[in-house]
Design a protein around this ligand. Sequence first.
Ligand code: PMP
Length: 306
Amino acid sequence: MLEPELNPPGAGAGGLLYLNGRLLRPEEGCIAVEDRGFLFGDGVYEALKILNGRCLWLDEHLERLGESCRAIGLEFPWGEHPLAEILPRLAEESGIQAGLLYLQVTRGVSPRDFDYAPGLEPTVMALIRPLAFPDESTFQRGISLHPWEDFRWARCDIKSLNLLPAVLGKRAAREQGCDEVLWVAADGTVREGGSSNAFAVIGGVLRTHPADNFILNGITRRSLLRLAGELELPHEVRAFTLGELEGAEEAFVASTTRDVMPVNSVGGRPVADGRPGPVSLQLVNRLRDEAALQAGLDSPQPFSRR
Ligand code: PMP
């Protein structure tokens, strides 16, 4: 359970930490060296958007956390950590207007052994930090992708702490002067970005990879597929190849931190005219409206075609 408020109230504006039932300043948190998350990456996580001191798409994130926990055989102690109550309180208490809530659950602490004894007490941590979300100029500029053969494991549907491929992929992308790595299967199928889902408009139809074991089913991805339906945009959950992406009318990646982010080039080659297309624009505006509504804010100024 959450302990009494941080003193003085509002002291969390630079960040706020929930760790195993306690509310702390981020620098006050300590983890045991034999925590299995530290030793093996034996745990799962979520990343939620904070807007106007509120957690967005909270139910969806908690449901996915539950799925990830089940997938690794970790019994989450919801009674001890009622996250649906704790996280909104943490967001409000932090005083942070725009930020990211990073939530991590590890299997717990025990002497180092790959195998684990069932019933360990999980380590539950939630950290809120300020974060600026993409503004219109970032959206208009878009991002560049660096395609790389996917060498991750075959359970990318689990939001696992094992993120070494993403670390290496993002670095390789940077070294190529790109913003994001794009994981591509050996047969040329585009899977997803390093920390984002990939979408493309091909022959007038918006497409994205199916939510199978080769991608993470992003919360943003799910919202966008629903919004595409509501906007009556032709769309299909069907993977596309790198070749199709290179010839797409428009492309974007989607994630909690990037919203809908147009792709201006892939592997150094421009996608279409390198500017945000009409589908990206409609979707980003609807997504931002939904976010504002959840946050109790007025609709933001829509992004427009330049
Ligand atoms: N794929 C991967 C591999 C990711 O790490 C992320 C970001 N968590 C996403 C997709 C996008 O997911 P979401 O929309 O839930 O942020």
